[in-house]
Design a protein around this ligand. Structure first.
Ligand code: DAH
Length: 347
């Protein structure tokens, strides 16, 4: 082997990458490659030398081509091996834990409540959070100057600029012109949905209305500016207080998965007569007021165009957050809305 051949071979063998290898190929066999040039120059050589040089150039060409092929294979194998190493999975490593999302505790409770009442034949309905004065107060037998309005500290809203917006729609006068241009507010309870439902439906029916409510008041462990209520309403020819007691009692037993002692005591809510509070005693502890309730006031029936002589109904309103607190033994309502993962991840 000539020294030249040796250098060429060495160069090819030591190429570190495909790119380097291809450069070398070009250097010798490319259009302007050294060996290519020899072939081109053949015609300028004296005749007797041509055959000899051509033979040598051919041998050289063969050598380069063979070595190029060989080295390509080697490089290819190496690249494969490398990517293999890189992608290798160590199946003995402990897996990465997938943390699945989950429902907010209040959503869980809400779904449970809906399930229980659905099984007792109640329909679940909704209503707007931006309400107007007529539905939130007047038609619930709480006229403007009535002191009972103090029971609900209210977030009043400014007049909507666009009458076609949802807020604008909520502010349209309802109730056959009984109240002109009612003011807008964030509903302080779910009771207004009683009226909205009754205006659009005929008895008999039974509904629950879960929903968010707002109160403009100082917060403490049992009060927040927002909270959830579940309103209940059952209307028919002879719906009575015994029915209310049976339904509420059944609901509480299923919800807490044990027999819950309940007690009625008189309570005042302008939209029911008589009005009462349902107290419960869980785990033999002291009586706790949990639900406001009563027989629907005739003025409420009149406001929706029902004839109160032919109908009776009971209504109730329960605090969902309070129920959740009791069930999960949580001592501060504000935890539900704080977004603290240390709290939320426990459910
Ligand atoms: N809406 C009342 C409140 O927010 C709760 C309530 C009391 C609802 C008595 C009722 C009821 O339907 O009959 O305090």
């Amino acid at each position: 082997m000539t020294p030249k051949e040796e250098t060429i071979l060495k160069e090819l063998r030591e190429a570190q990458s495909f790119k380097a290898l291809e450069e070398l190929y070009k250097k010798y066999l490319g259009k302007k490659g050294e060996i290519t040039l020899i072939f081109r120059e053949l015609k300028n050589l004296p005749k007797e030398k041509r055959a000899e040089i051509a033979q040598k150039a051919n041998a050289l060409k063969g050598l380069v081509e063979k070595e190029f092929k060989l080295k390509s294979e080697i490089l290819k194998k190496e690249a494969e091996k490398q990517s293999f190493e890189k992608e290798k999975i160590d199946i003995t490593l402990p897996g990465k834990k997938i943390i699945p999302g989950h429902l907010h505790p209040l959503t869980k409770i809400l779904r449970e409540i809906e399930e229980i009442f659905s099984q007792m034949g109640f329909e679940v309905v909704g209503g707007p959070e931006i309400e107007n004065e007529y539905y939130n107060f007047d038609a619930l037998n709480i006229p403007k100057e009535h002191p009972a309005r103090d029971m609900w500290d209210t977030f009043w809203l400014k007049e909507p600029k666009n009458p076609k917006s949802p807020e604008g729609v909520a502010s349209r006068p309802y109730g056959a012109g009984k109240i002109q241009n009612p003011r807008l507010l964030l509903r302080t309870h779910t009771s207004p949905v009683q009226l909205r439902y009754m205006e659009a439906h005929e008895p008999p029916f039974r509904i629950i209305v879960p929903g968010r409510c707002f109160r403009h008041e100082a917060t403490d462990a049992y009060h927040d500016v927002q909270f959830y209520q579940v309103e209940g309403l059952m209307v028919g020819k002879d719906v009575n207080l015994a029915n209310l007691k049976a339904i509420v009692s059944e609901f509480l037993d299923i919800f807490f998965k044990k027999k819950i002692k309940i007690r009625f005591q008189p309570g005042y809510f302008p939209f029911v007569e008589p009005g009462l509070e349902v107290l419960i005693s869980k785990d033999g502890r002291k009586w706790l007021e949990l639900i406001g309730a009563g027989m629907v006031h005739s003025n409420v029936f009149k406001a929706v165009g029902y004839n109160p002589r032919n109908l009776q109904g009971f209504a109730f309103g329960l605090g969902l957050d309070r129920l959740a607190m009791l069930k999960y033994k949580i001592n501060d309502i504000r935890l539900f809305y704080g977004g603290d993962l240390r709290f939320l991840e426990q459910f």
